[in-house]
Design a protein around this ligand. Sequence first.
Ligand code: UDP
Length: 273
Amino acid sequence: MTKPESFITNGIRIDGRKPEEIRPITIEVGVLDRADGSCYIEHGLNKVLAAVYGPREVHPRHMQKPTTAIVRFRYNMASFSVEERKRPGPDRRSVEVSKVSREALEPVIFTEYFPKSSIDVFVEVLQADAGTRTVGINAASVALADAGIPMRGLVSACAVGKVDGELVLDLMKEEDNYGEADMPLAMTQTGEITLLQMDGNLTPEEFEKAIEMAQEGCKRIYEIQRNALIERYKRDIETEEEPLETPEEEPVEVETVVENEAEEETSEEVESE
Ligand code: UDP
């Protein structure tokens, strides 16, 4: 990957977006049979899978908390997810991303409902193209909802950065690698910020504007997360409703069977007599 000569030409970024536009996002809910909740997100060229287990018994036991559940979050980048093969296993960066992602989600989870239990979140980055921590948080939030974990609401995350001296929403790889700043933010659906980090430099005015842009991005992402969940459970409700409608169409048959049985009983009684 080489540094582009300019990141913005006539108000348009190298991937055709306007500065305040997010990348296309598709979300699929409930993609893994063996997890309690799961979600697959394609966000631009990022491909991220999240799985949630729990609430379940804590192992090792000494990690149990007597009055609340513990939330554990493991972010992992697959070796093949990046341009230059990544050494498998945890590293300094993945430990940091796991920690801040857990802290971004924990405030919305009713952990007090599940003392001595754990809620385990796994995020696997299959393809990375910048902003994977924010995509991981978005996927994990939906997977937690899919697992039926009681929550105050969803968490949505989005990054803002600076390229060619201009603020841009939701950085893609080139903008992330060669840009002047990168500021991921996560917020609850009621607007509380649960993650705020920054690489690079912004002036106080730029910082204010960047927060507003990131919040706008989060609101748009929240709508996509919400719609994906509605879509998933609408399907379930529709298929559940079908068998309820069928018996109403055939009440006559039920009566016929009862009558026939009654007749049979009478004739049997007559015969035995
Ligand atoms: N990256 C990489 N190898 C690594 C980690 C990251 O090549 O082990 C690259 C990858 O291209 C990624 C970018 O660094 O897109 C920045 O990481 P990313 O934006 O995904 O994470 P975040 O910005 O959320 O920290």
